[in-house]
Design a protein around this ligand. Sequence first.
Ligand code: SF4
Length: 395
Amino acid sequence: MNNSKSTMQTEKRTETIKVGFTKNWILLRMWISIGIHFMKRYKNPFLLGKIRKHILSLKQVYTTETGIGKLAYVNGKYYFNSNMNGWPSPLFYRPLEVEVSKALNGSISNLENLKLVQIAFTKKCPLNCEHCYEGHELNKKDTLSLDDHKQILQKLHAAGISVIQYGGGEPMTHVDDLVELFESAPGKSDFYIYTSGFNCSRKNLERLKNAGLTGISIGIDHYLAEKHNAFRRNDKAFQWALDAAKNARDLNLVLTFTICATKEFCSEENLWNYLNFANEQGASFVQVLEPRAAGNYEYQDVYLNLEQLTTLETFFLQANADASKKHLPIVLYTGYHQRKKGCLGAGNGYLYIDTDGYISSCPFCRNMKTHILDKNHETAIHELKIDGCDLPILN
Ligand code: SF4
């Protein structure tokens, strides 16, 4: 790697990841703003005490035993996680309002209870990656039109859902449609795109940002070009991903690298090399997904064993808490929370809408229920909660 280039980019990262006193000062201001927000809504001191207690209890659910070690600062906002809204922003308070309303026995529907929805925007994709969870659907005729997507978005926004992520297929095969979709509902949620990096030119990302895009998550599965390209079955995939990262970083979009940490990949050396690589490319977050026997991996023995999971968990905790790692991107690892605290997806706070518009617990637990535009979505989400998650619990 080019040393002078790495040094320059590392300096840039230090400004973006907030730790130590600076991070604590930001958190203090954030908690004060949350207090003011709820004081304006609920004047009763007894209720405010109850709200404070409840919000503090949520920290146990959403953070690890090492607490909040880092914040990412992007485009004027601070982020714990690229699956949540940044602060300051009116959208930041929405998930807290839902939790507070539930704690005060308010009436919240199953749809309103969701904090995040991921939508497969299209079946089109120029790749056919080893792990693709939509592998069986790729490049069939799309069944959802742009108008359908607008209706879905209206329904999600009417329920107040504040983070919406578009994946696929490859959503960047439909840039014009995404721009029109985002422009149809300005400011009502944070939009993210899950992409391989395909078609993420500066011009395309800039158009999307102007239409309301908050960030992109790039699927990049190795820090070595030849390994990533083999996994993605395309010789250009690594360069697409790097170019997309540079353009997103230059445009001040929240940048996440998402990796499928396979059995072969899951060593201490690879994980740290990957995190350093993500840092050099300017990512604020690294999201680690475990391989699951779905899509192209259906019926395959891809699940990590106990030793590999332990390696992953140790990496996750150290990366976010060790002083020597403070300049590195924030690591997100949902599998850790799922095993320790239960699944936060599966209709509890999140759901997945597939390429035909049907809802499932997540892209991997494909317990397909009703169409999102059907009226009986409440019963369907309730069923998702009962189904739970099929992630193997090994410890
Ligand atoms: S994982 Fe994403 S990029 Fe790869 S084939 Fe599937 S939809 Fe396309």
